[in-house]
Design a protein around this ligand. Structure first.
Ligand SMILES: Cc1ncc(COP(=O)(O)O)c(C=O)c1O
Length: 461
């Protein structure tokens, strides 16, 4: 059994004034041994399924705008933003001041009491979404929010069947895991019977067709699955407008209109998982469903809403929201701290026009990445909207064989050059770039320069 008693609990105080336990060791050696100790304690005490990035994982101690700093004070340009969760940037005074003031007043009350900031946030979200969506439920994470969406659709429709896209990710809980792609499905059990349809993933079309001459077989597959594999009365169809964990897979522009027409004919609700795409990240609209020109019946949100403070929720039609007849509450859902943070964050996004910035700077990022693709055959595809940009890495452009080992090397190489990026995709071969929406063209230039160096090194290895 692991020895959890040694070393003793970390010293009190800030990490910056850790005492020198090591006598004659140099400051660098002390830092390294403390870092190794932290890593060992992580492995000893946390679930093994919780993985760390990088061959040499780092501890981030501080953030400021688009930058984060590790335990040695090293600065990184943060192009992953806490997994697509920091739209306004780190430690933004307009947001943190509101949070601090709320902490001083009161952190928590529960939904048994009126919470002014919660009500205001619900009204704000109603104003940002179609009028038919008029009831909000707040929870604490994206998984919990999708659970709630699946629950209300399932209750309203008297059905335990769900249609989802291949390569999707909807969360780590029982029902959401069942709707997600293979590496994230911890269990073969699920409270729902999930039918997966072919993915609108043009770079790897399941039918090996080419857009637009494909005739949108991916959309037509939804009807095929409804009529051949379900009872004909599924609870809902769920999809991310752009798949996040799946590798920023970006469906063709007509996809959701075509699918919605099929769903409407069969009376099936559309649950739109905007956990990664919401709040201006995609530049062209506040939400993915707006960019694709459709109106969902339920919108699921989390991640970036409170700029890093845990929150999640759904907005649904009155009919779907009213399907819960039992008692139901979420102790922390929409608590004063989280909803105050969310309101301050939405204000910051609006007053600094961050959505428009995401559109303009995101287009520039894609242009620069396509420039890199001219020099690196390992870049198979560049895709996404706004500041949600994926770079799919392949062995070569003809075979398109996924190159996850190159992605691992690029992530490490970028980190050594002061840039943090994420990765995703079924094979882990897609770089995910999702920086705070405050970045400008000079940040893009710095990121592309770091990626250039990392790609050169990774390709030579
Ligand atoms: C699209 C999507 N839905 C749901 C979730 C689950 O959110 P959480 O990790 O907050 O439970 C995620 C998380 O990455 C996500 O990307």
């Amino acid at each position: 059994m692991d020895d959890v008693s040694a070393p003793a609990t970390p010293p009190a105080g800030t990490y910056d004034d850790l005492p020198d336990h090591h006598g004659l060791l140099s400051a660098a050696a002390v830092a390294e041994s403390e870092h190794a100790d932290l890593l060992r304690r992580h492995q000893a005490s946390l679930f093994p399924s919780v993985k760390l990035n990088f061959a040499e994982p780092i501890e981030l101690r501080r953030g400021e705008r688009q930058y984060v700093y590790d335990a040695d004070g090293r600065q990184y340009l943060d192009f992953f933003g806490g997994i697509v969760s920091i739209p306004s940037g780190h430690a933004i005074p307009e947001i943190t001041d509101a949070i601090k003031a709320q902490v001083d007043r009161m952190v928590h009350t529960t939904t048994l009491f009126l919470i002014r900031s919660q009500i205001e946030l619900a009204e704000r979200i109603r104003a940002m979404t179609p009028p038919k969506l008029d009831k909000v439920l707040f929870v604490n994470s994206g998984s919990e929010a999708n659970e709630a969406a699946f629950m209300i659709a399932s209750l309203a429709r008297g059905s335990g069947e769900l249609i989802a896209l291949r390569h999707a990710y909807h969360g780590r809980s029982f029902a959401t895991g069942g709707a997600s792609q293979t590496p994230w499905r911890a269990s073969n059990l699920s409270p729902l019977q999930v039918h997966h349809v072919g993915n609108p993933y043009c770079y790897r079309c399941p039918w090996e067709k080419t857009y637009p001459s494909c005739g949108l077989l991916c959309a037509r597959d939804v009807e095929q699955v409804i009529t051949t594999s379900t009872s004909g009365h599924p609870a809902a169809f769920v999809a991310e407008p752009i798949q996040g964990v799946g590798g920023f897979v970006t469906p063709p522009p007509e996809y959701f209109v075509a699918v919605k027409e099929i769903l409407d004919r069969h009376g099936i609700p559309f649950v739109c998982d905007e956990v990664q795409t919401g709040w201006g990240r995609i530049g062209v609209a506040d939400f993915g469903f707006q960019a694709y020109g459709v109106e969902p019946d339920v919108v699921v949100f989390a991640k970036g809403l409170a700029n890093g403070v845990p929150i999640g929720g759904v907005i649904a039609t009155d009919e779907l929201a009213s399907s819960i007849r039992s008692l139901s509450l979420s102790t922390f859902g929409g608590n004063p701290l989280a909803t105050t943070a969310a309101l301050a964050n939405l204000n910051y996004i609006a007053t600094h026009n961050l959505r428009e910035n995401a559109r303009v700077v995101g287009d520039y990022l894609k242009e620069r990445l396509w420039g890199l693709a001219e020099r690196y055959g390992t870049i198979g595809d560049v895709r996404g909207l706004g500041l949600m940009v994926g770079v799919e890495l392949v062995a070569d452009r003809t075979s398109k064989v996924p190159a996850p080992e190159v992605a691992v090397r690029v992530l490490d190489g970028a980190k050594r050059r002061g840039l943090l990026v994420g990765k995703g995709g079924l094979h882990g071969n897609v770089l995910r770039l999702s920086p705070p929406l405050i970045i400008d063209r000079s940040d893009v230039d710095a990121a592309v320069e770091a990626l250039d160096g990392a790609l050169a090194e990774a390709s030579a290895a």
